[in-house]
Design a protein around this ligand. Structure first.
Ligand code: M1P
Length: 253
C-alpha cells in the first residue's frame, strides 16, 4: 500500500485501543516475524501514519509477530506512528525498534541497549563534530536551516540543510542533492578524514545521513530477536524486513 494514498480518519474520532495481543506462539502463522521500516514504508518521509496502515498492521498482527525498525529516535517515531486514541506504539507493535534497535521494546517492555557515545568516546566524537560543522560551513547550498547534527543514542544524524527544514525544503534539497551529490561527497570526505573510526555512513532519507558503528545498521535490531541464526528467544523461523531503500551501506574500513 502506498502510504500517501491511504485516507485519513479525522483525528478527533475516538478509536478503540488495541486489545491484549495473543502470545507469539498462538498467532495464526507462528514463527514468523515481519519488521517494517518507518519513513517511506509505514509513512511518507517524516509524516504521520494513516489509519488504513494501522488497521492493516492490526490485522497482520493476528497472523504473525510484527515490529517497526526506524532510524529516528523513539519520540520522532511516536510523532509519526502514534495517532490519537490509539494505544502507545510500543504496545501496538510486538517489537519496537528506534535508532535501528539501540532503543528496543518487546511487548511494551524496554530491552537493554548500548550507546554511540559510549562506544566512540568523547574525544573522538568531538573531533568528528568539529569536522562536520566546519565542512557544512563551507557548503554552498540554496537553503540552510537548523540542527545540522542530531545526537541520538545509537548514532548521529548529519544534515547539510539542517533537520529543521520544512517538508517543501526537504523535497527541494533531495532534488538538489541528486544533481550535486552533496551527501555522498560529504560521506567520502568523512571516510577520508576518519579512516580508523570504524563508522558506517548510511544515506537513507531525504536530507541527511546516519553515522553509526559498523554493524549498528537496521540489522542491529535482529540482535534482540535472533542470535547467530539461532532463533532466540522467540523461536522465529522466518524474519521478513519491509523497507523502501535497501542499498548497501558505505563503511570507512
Ligand atoms: O528512515 C530513513 C531516514 O529518515 C530520516 O532521514 P531524513 O531526515 O534525511 O529524511 C532520518 O530519521 C534518518 O535517521 C533515517 O535513517
Amino acid at each position: 500500500m502506498d502510504p500517501n494514498d491511504a485516507p485519513r480518519r479525522p483525528s478527533t474520532l475516538p478509536r478503540a485501543t488495541m486489545s491484549s495481543p495473543v502470545p507469539f506462539a498462538e498467532r495464526k502463522q507462528p514463527g514468523i516475524l515481519c519488521l517494517f521500516d518507518v519513513d517511506g514504508t509505514l509513512t511518507p518521509a517524516r509524516q504521520q501514519v494513516s489509519d488504513a496502515m494501522l488497521d492493516t498492521l492490526k490485522a497482520l498482527r493476528e497472523q504473525v509477530v510484527i515490529g517497526f525498525v526506524g532510524g529516528s529516535d523513539l519520540s520522532k517515531i511516536r510523532e509519526q506512528l502514534q495517532l490519537p486514541g490509539h494505544a502507545d506504539i510500543v504496545t501496538q507493535f510486538d517489537y519496537g525498534f528506534a535508532e535501528n534497535g539501540l532503543t528496543a521494546y518487546r511487548m511494551g517492555e524496554q530491552l537493554a541497549s548500548q550507546s554511540f557515545i559510549g562506544w566512540l568516546g568523547e574525544d573522538k566524537y568531538k573531533a568528528f563534530v568539529k569536522f562536520v560543522l566546519h565542512y557544512i560551513s563551507q557548503l554552498d547550498i540554496p537553503v540552510m536551516r537548523g540542527t545540522f547534527i542530531e545526537f541520538r543514542r545509537g548514532m548521529v544524524n548529519v544534515s547539510p540543510i539542517g533537520r529543521n527544514a520544512s517538508v517543501q525544503e526537504r523535497h527541494e534539497f533531495e532534488q538538489f542533492d541528486k544533481q550535486h551529490n552533496i551527501r555522498s561527497t560529504f560521506v567520502e570526505a568523512l571516510k577520508k578524514q576518519f579512516p580508523d573510526y570504524g563508522l558506517t555512513y548510511s544515506i537513507g532519507g531525504q536530507i541527511s545521513f546516519d553515522v553509526f558503528p559498523a554493524g549498528w545498521d537496521k540489522t542491529y535490531a535482529l540482535r534482540h530477536v535472533d542470535e547467530k541464526g539461532r532463533a532466540l528467544p522467540d523461536g522465529f523461523r522466518e524474519i521478513h524486513f519491509f523497507g523502501d531503500k535497501t542499498f548497501p551501506v558505505c563503511t570507512s574500513d
